[in-house]
Structure formats: structure tokens, C-alpha cells
Design a protein around this ligand. Structure first.
Ligand SMILES: [Zn+2]
Length: 137
């Protein structure tokens, strides 16, 4: 089996470097870990949801948003969710696509026009069939 430890450490760093909006700070979701097969409540984060059992990020979200109040988890109401969706989420730092538009200016204006190819075949054959060959006597 693959050792994903280093991958998870990388994600740990990314999570740490990607602060979530305050609105999300106490939010958890129930996740099912695909590595250890256990379900746990993971702090909601755009980078990834970490299994509370084995630390894997190879998880799938199983439950709705939960807010941790004290030691209880309370499901969010519709209005809570509406408010949440209005909050812009940060983007994972590591995955940034620097959309550097590289020089894509391949001008094709100089394509020569080869449309002038003559297709006239003016073949009359070598020598015309003339019976009027002058016979020199
Ligand atoms: Zn796990």
C-alpha cells in the first residue's frame, strides 16, 4: 500500500496556510474515511476534510454542515446555510493556476497563398500531325 503520509502532511500545511472565513470556523461535517473506513466529524475546510481517526484526507462527506457549540454538534438551519454560501471561500494555495498567458501569438498571416496553381494542361503533344510534309526531291 502507498504511503500517503507525506501527502497528508502537505495538506496539513495547506490547511494551516489557508484560513477559513470566521463563518466557517466552527463548522464540521461528518466524513467517511476511505482509508480506515471509519466515520468522524472533520472540521470543514476547502483544502480537505481530515479523518479524525487516522489523519487521512481520503474522505467523503457524509453529513450536512454541523456547528460545534460547546461539545455539541448542531445542524445548520437553512438560513445559516444561505448565509454560508454567501461567504466567499479562500482558494487552496498550492493549487494556484498562474494563468500566465504565454505568448500565444502565432500569427498565421504570412501563410502564402498557393491558390494560383495552374491546372491548365496545354499538352498538344510533340509534333503536330501534319500530312504536309515537304518532300524534298
Ligand atoms: Zn481514516
Amino acid at each position: 500500500m502507498q504511503d500517503m503520509g507525506s501527502a497528508w502532511e502537505h495538506l496539513d500545511r495547506e490547511v494551516a496556510e489557508t484560513p477559513m472565513p470566521a463563518e466557517y470556523s466552527n463548522l464540521y461535517r461528518e466524513v467517511l474515511c476511505k482509508d480506515c473506513g471509519k466515520s468522524s466529524k472533520a472540521g470543514f475546510h476547502v483544502v480537505g476534510m481530515k479523518c479524525g481517526e487516522c489523519g487521512s484526507y481520503n474522505t467523503s462527506i457524509e453529513g450536512p454542515f454541523l456547528r460545534k457549540t460547546g461539545s455539541d454538534f448542531v445542524a445548520l438551519s437553512e438560513t445559516d446555510l444561505q448565509g454560508l454560501y454567501a461567504v466567499p471561500l479562500p482558494e487552496g494555495e498550492g493549487e494556484q493556476d498562474t494563468e500566465a498567458d504565454e505568448l500565444n501569438d502565432e500569427d498565421e498571416e504570412n501563410s502564402d497563398d498557393y491558390e494560383d496553381i495552374e491546372e491548365e494542361t496545354d499538352d498538344e503533344g510533340p509534333g503536330s500531325d501534319d500530312d504536309s510534309i515537304p518532300s524534298l526531291d
